[in-house]
Ligand binder design. Structure first.
Ligand SMILES: *Cc1c(COP(=O)(O)O)cnc(C)c1O
Length: 455
């Protein structure tokens, strides 16, 4: 099909996610047709550096020979069979690899197909776990603790533990109850606090909220180290550890949502490792297939799992599953993705790129319209502000973050902001010279857009 025809059909029939279609229609976004390595190519032959890992999921690049080959080989056997009443070889092999690589005690792997479902499953498992362990006299455990500004996906359950008001507010009346723990990041702390007094307040609130509600809490869910969708908000060192200690004290299961931070992005394979934390549930998705196919896992401990064992007539079964649970092609892609972490020493590459990014980001340190630069591993948020002193934002309608995206695109780099936070999310396997290219183009895009804003 020709470009014009494709464009017309896109505008008439494709409803894009997280997208105001009224403005989308005027924007003539690139229509991607192919890709290679860390570049995407549109249907008119223009190449773009993929600066946000295809929305945070690509790991080793596009058209990686080893992953392509693994999928082809699996395709020659079978594409998909069910895990309801049958087992499948790739899902078994992948479970074994995951149990080996993830924090201790996570021995059970429940498959699904997106980050949202991975979280939904953890929430339901936690709820049912308590229901089956409790005596009739116990208070029901029907309350979840989550972080302010959290993002755990878009199903109603995962939205119930979310805290991004522009996404979630409209669904308020449909959601189940949760309590929000203040997000321990000082940049936007309320008036009357200094950075350190605010972090202290957050610590006290964490303890107070967990203690006061511990008899009702079914689980505590957290994005370890970095709250991605909130704008790359980073917790202070020791925070995750503290959440683990508190939840362990009261027997509250901890759900680590590593959908964004897992698979090497923060510098370790899993973010929990950095604080020596063993969660009760671990949710993985996005990068698990290298960004190739939709697959997610919810991992759980024996302690959780054992509460579901019984005779069929005990009805302790976890009655949840999706048609494509444990899809064979996706499992094959995931196995190849994990293997590449060993053979390509991807974590070493992340370490090197982390340093390059730190050096390069220092160039923006004194920029009059950069309010804060946040980085953990190869996850970066550059928050643009109209006034560095007051931290005042640009007017929302100017869409400054979005303007930076458009300016970068003109120069062959794809990024996608979160509001006025410019996000850099290079794939863990990206070579160093492309990290430099990403910084060169995005930094000048920032300057170009800012000079127009303040002129
Ligand atoms: C993206 C994301 C999700 C949702 O994953 P989907 O596959 O988009 O449903 C959940 N949690 C976190 C932390 C995420 O970044």
């Amino acid at each position: 099909m020709h470009s014009e025809e494709l464009r017309k059909i896109d505008n008439e029939h494709v409803w894009h996610p997280f997208t105001q279609m009224k403005t989308h229609r005027d924007e003539n976004v690139p229509m991607i047709e192919s890709g290679e390595g860390f570049f995407l190519k549109d249907n008119e032959g223009r190449a773009y550096l993929d600066g946000v890992s295809s929305l945070w999921c690509n790991v080793h690049g596009h058209r990686v020979p080893e992953i392509d080959q693994a999928i082809r080989e699996q395709l020659d056997k079978i594409a998909h069979t069910t895990l309801l009443g049958l087992a499948s070889v790739p899902s078994i092999e992948l479970a074994s690899e995951l149990v080996k690589r993830t924090p201790e005690k996570l021995t059970k792997v429940f498959y699904s197909d997106s980050g949202s479902t991975a979280v939904e499953i953890a929430l339901k498992m936690a709820f049912q776990y308590h229901a089956q362990k409790q005596t009739p006299d116990d208070q029901p455990r029907d309350l979840f603790a989550c972080m302010q500004h959290a993002y755990h996906g878009d199903t109603i359950g995962s939205v119930s533990v979310g805290g991004i008001s522009i996404f979630h507010e409209i669904f308020g009346s449909l959601l189940f109850e949760s309590i929000q723990v203040p997000c321990p990041t000082a940049f936007h702390c309320p008036e009357g606090y200094s950075e350190s007094s605010y972090l202290e307040y957050c610590d006290q609130e964490l303890e107070r909220l967990v203690t006061a509600n511990h008899q009702r809490l079914a689980a505590f869910i957290i994005e370890p180290l970095v709250q991605g969708a909130a704008g790359m908000l980073m917790h202070p060192p020791g925070y995750l550890r503290r959440v683990r200690e508190l939840t362990a004290r009261y027997g509250i299961p901890l759900i680590a949502d590593e959908v964004a931070v897992g698979l090497g992005r923060t510098g370790t394979m899993f973010a929990c490792e950095q604080e020596d934390v063993a969660p009760d549930f671990l949710c993985l998705a996005k990068g698990i297939t290298g960004g190739y196919l939709p697959l997610a896992v919810t991992m759980a401990t024996d302690e959780i799992f054992n509460a579901f064992e019984g005779a069929p007539e005990d009805y302790k079964t976890f009655f949840h599953g999706h048609t494509y649970t444990g899809n064979s092609l996706a499992c094959a892609a995931a196995l190849a993705t994990l293997k590449l972490f060993d053979t390509q020493q991807t974590l070493e590459n992340v370490k090197e790129n982390t340093e390059i990014l730190s050096h390069r980001l220092a160039e923006l340190q004194d920029h009059p319209h950069v309010g804060e630069i946040r980085q953990k591993g190869v996850m970066v948020g550059i928050e643009l502000v109209s006034d560095r002193e007051t931290k005042a934002a640009f007017p929302m309608g100017r869409r400054v973050g979005h303007q930076v995206t458009l300016a970068a695109r003109k120069n062959g780099v794809i990024v996608r902001p979160l509001g006025d936070v410019v996000v850099l999310m290079p794939a863990p396997g990206m070579p160093a010279e492309l990290i430099h290219q990403l910084c060169d183009v995005v930094f000048s895009a920032i300057d170009e857009v800012i000079s127009l804003q303040v002129a």
